[in-house]
Ligand binder design. Structure first.
Ligand SMILES: *Cc1c(COP(=O)(O)O)cnc(C)c1O
Length: 390
């Protein structure tokens, strides 16, 4: 069960609050960096686990022109929620429903001649022109049309355009090393994309919109903006290149949980499974009702801090499936059962940032925010949430 279920019977009091005003702020910030290029808000994976529909609405209201998702199913969910802006889906199953995508005017990005054939066939069946984008592999060597297949795919695209089955609405690629702005691969990939655009144009089928940049490139390589940029993580307020700072972005997700119990632990007594932490002196500990089943990964034990009533307290001992313990130390007078413990957020109330967790885990913030799950309830705040911001 994913977060956002809203089922109070199973939740633990833990909340992932999603600040839609912060989304709007981040979109405006990204638009500044993007200059004349349009912003496609990437809301795949349920909006990086923030709630795809709500984030999409907030992003569009703040000026995003298009939405990017991975699967056609994700795009159809956004359409079902009444969202009408252009959308692009770029990773397909062998049985993806291209006809449904065409019916709902979802842009389809293809990476192979076989997918192109399937889109053309579906367009004929539906009796509508498909909005086609070509995803070009310019060096990531993952998805995208391989150089060896490109001429054949461009020929087939030109034929499909001539027959009225498709419009070539876009051509794009994805960077391998955008988080290293000066990496030579970035320029090499941009050059290959320009070359592919030229080859399409020479066939009489110039692509409508050309795009390359993810968040990192949007923020550091304005020269690679083309017609549109495709930021994801920056929309959610996390820096794609933490070493270069926050770029004025505001973290969108705040994770909090309840203090479920408070108790004294005497010097020399140990806490939680395996007794990995022993109290160096008489102390008081608080139990927080959130665990690795909810995305507080076990490897974090002893490596993160929570904020209760404005003060930071360190995690001690092992993180369990449903709970973990923090050391309140000598003066625990400010903490009571039922208090809100902040695990990460924008930092306004002294709390850690999801990036701190990423650093502790030697991973990236993407994995932290998309990893929150289990019994955490999602709550939207901000002017557009229909709920007053707290
Ligand atoms: C996920 C994704 C993005 C967004 O990447 P960020 O690093 O989150 O900005 C852009 N383009 C494609 C093709 C993607 O898959």
């Amino acid at each position: 069960m994913s977060i956002g279920c809203g089922d109070e019977r199973i939740d633990s009091g833990a909340v992932a609050s999603v600040d839609l005003d912060a989304v709007a702020h981040n979109v405006r910030e990204l638009q500044q960096f993007a200059g004349d290029a349009a912003v496609m808000a990437v809301v795949k994976a349920d909006g990086y686990n923030h709630g795809g529909v709500e984030v999409a609405r907030a992003a569009i209201a703040a000026g995003a022109h298009e939405l990017g998702v991975t699967t056609i199913g994700e795009a159809l969910e956004l359409r079902a929620a009444g969202i009408t802006v252009p959308m692009l889906a770029w990773l397909h199953r062998t049985d993806s429903d291209f006809a449904a995508a065409i019916d709902e005017q979802v842009g389809i990005a293809v990476s192979t001649a076989g997918q192109l054939d399937a889109v053309v066939e579906a367009a004929r069946r539906v009796g509508r022109t498909a909005d086609l984008s070509l995803k070009i592999d310019t060096g990531l060597n993952r998805n995208g049309v391989a150089e060896a297949d490109l001429d054949a795919v461009l020929d087939a695209t030109a034929a499909a355009v001539a027959s009225g089955s498709v419009r070539l609405t876009g051509m794009f690629s994805h960077l391998a090393c955008a988080d290293e702005p000066e990496h030579p691969a970035n320029d090499a990939q941009a050059e290959r994309l320009r070359d592919a655009v030229g080859r399409a144009a020479r066939r009489g089928t110039p692509p409508g919109v050309v795009h390359l940049s993810n968040s990192a490139a949007t923020l550091t390589r304005p020269d690679l903006g083309f017609d549109m940029v495709r930021p994801g993580i920056a929309l959610y307020g996390m820096s794609p290149i933490p070493d270069l700072g926050t770029f004025g972005l505001r973290p969108v997700m705040t994770l909090s949980a309840q203090v479920a119990n408070i108790k004294k632990v005497s010097e020399g007594e140990s806490v939680s499974y395996g007794y990995t932490w022993t109290a160096p002196a008489d102390t008081v500990v608080a139990l927080i009702a959130l665990g690795y089943a909810d995305g507080v990964v076990r490897r974090l034990g002893g490596r993160f801090e929570v904020t209760i009533a404005g003060r930071r307290y360190p995690s001690v001992g092992r993180v369990c499936m449903d709970q973990f313990v923090v050391d309140l130390g000598g003066d625990s007078s400010g903490v009571a059962v039922g208090d809100e413990a902040l695990l990460f957020g924008p930092g306004d109330r002294g709390e850690a940032n999801a990036q701190d967790w990423a650093d502790a885990l030697e991973t990236i913030s993407y994995e932290v925010v998309t990893g929150i799950r289990g019994r955490v309830r999602r709550r939207f705040v901000g002017a557009r949430s229909g709920e007053a911001a707290h």
